[in-house]
Ligand binder design. Structure first.
Ligand code: DGY
Length: 345
């Protein structure tokens, strides 16, 4: 019997994190169990068999729920769950809190990468990227074919308004990227429970030389924006926040970008809106129903919708940052150190 192993806390890593991050776990004070693959998720069966008695578990966003079954199976030794994501809708926070289990997550490190992709999708949506890349090279140059609305301010539209559903770190980083495009106004919808932050808004307007930054109703945001960015967290309150009523009020030349979660947008309503021209186009990095989405999904079939496979944070630098933070959260949580990012439960 290896008494040394028995006295060390067990940690389970539900995905191999590659040669740059895994060495963080080469420590004499931990008993480490790792799923072998970086690309393939472990099965629920493997996870439940291995987490029994664990003090810490590191999980991914799409690898299943951290729920009562998971926590009961892990048992009373469990001190921390660390997710390699900023979103935590796959984790039952109430069940965690009841058992005094800490949660580590990965805010901030992915802000810039997701803001970059938000801009990319705004451009792709306006410039018909889905259709034009599909038909290439059978598309000879012609004066007005494939023309879409210009994102940047121009001789016809000298003002540009960005609308943000959710105005946290990623939204504000996206706004900063729009300044060189000549954006002049910013509208955003806030969490109804929180007070408007007019001092912050005035400061943002001053820093970015914007004519205005205003918290408005969703209706006002839909009507006034040239591009709408969906960047609020997934919750029962935000489910289908972009619905038929919202889409009907958008400008016909506007585009919608969703880099948050698929559940925030009513897919059938958006597909209908795109087909009927209520807005110009959409760019989405997240699809309602993922990870079980097929090519039959109404938005995946829609030529005016550019679809990416949830790659907002997929730069080498960002994913290394996320994996490192998740590993450090796990180790600190198990060994009573200070976790780099612990969610207040
Ligand atoms: C997250 O971390 O929640 C992101 O969606 C992953 O890209």
């Amino acid at each position: 019997l290896d008494t040394n192993t028995m006295s060390r806390p067990k940690v389970v890593i539900a995905r191999h994190l590659g040669p740059d991050v895994m060495p963080l776990f080469n420590r004499p004070d931990l008993d480490v169990v790792t799923w072998h693959s970086e690309t393939e998720a472990c099965s629920r069966k493997w996870l439940l068999e291995n987490i029994c008695g664990a003090a810490g578990v590191l999980v991914m966003l799409g690898d299943g729920k951290v729920d009562a079954e998971f926590l009961d199976t892990a048992g009373p030794n469990l001190r921390v769950v660390s997710t390699m994501s900023v979103g935590y809708e796959h984790i039952n926070l109430k069940e965690l809190a009841q058992r005094n289990v800490k949660l580590g997550y990965t805010p901030d490190v992915l802000t810039d990468a997701v803001a970059d992709v938000s801009i990319m999708l705004a451009l792709m949506a306006g410039r018909n990227a889905r259709e034009t890349t599909t038909i290439w090279p059978n598309c000879p140059w012609s004066p007005f074919q494939f023309c879409g609305p210009q994102l940047s301010a121009n001789w016809i539209h000298q003002t540009r308004t960005a609308g943000f559903i959710g105005f946290g770190r990623i939204a504000q980083a996206t706004l900063a990227r729009l300044i060189p495009f000549g954006f002049t106004h910013c509208l955003y919808s806030g969490n109804p429970g929180s007070a408007p932050n007019t001092a912050r808004d005035a400061e943002l307007a001053r820093t970015h030389k914007l004519q205005s930054v205003r918290r408005v109703t969703l209706d006002e945001l839909a009507r006034g924006s040239d591009v709408v960015f969906v960047l609020a967290p997934s919750s029962p309150d935000t489910r289908h926040i972009v619905n038929e009523g919202f889409l009907k009020q958008m400008k016909k030349t506007a585009v919608l970008v969703n880099t948050a979660r698929g559940t925030l947008v009513d897919s059938d309503a958006l597909a209908k809106a795109l087909r009927e021209g209520w807005l110009w186009g959409a760019g989405i990095d997240v699809v309602e129903g993922e990870p079980n989405v097929t090519t039959e999904h109404p938005l995946v079939k829609e030529p005016r919708c550019a679809v990416l496979p949830h790659i907002g944070s997929a730069t080498t630098e960002t994913r290394l940052g996320m994996a490192t933070m998740a590993a450090k959260n796990l180790i600190a949580g198990v060994l009573d150190g200070e976790m780099p990012a612990e969610l207040n439960l």
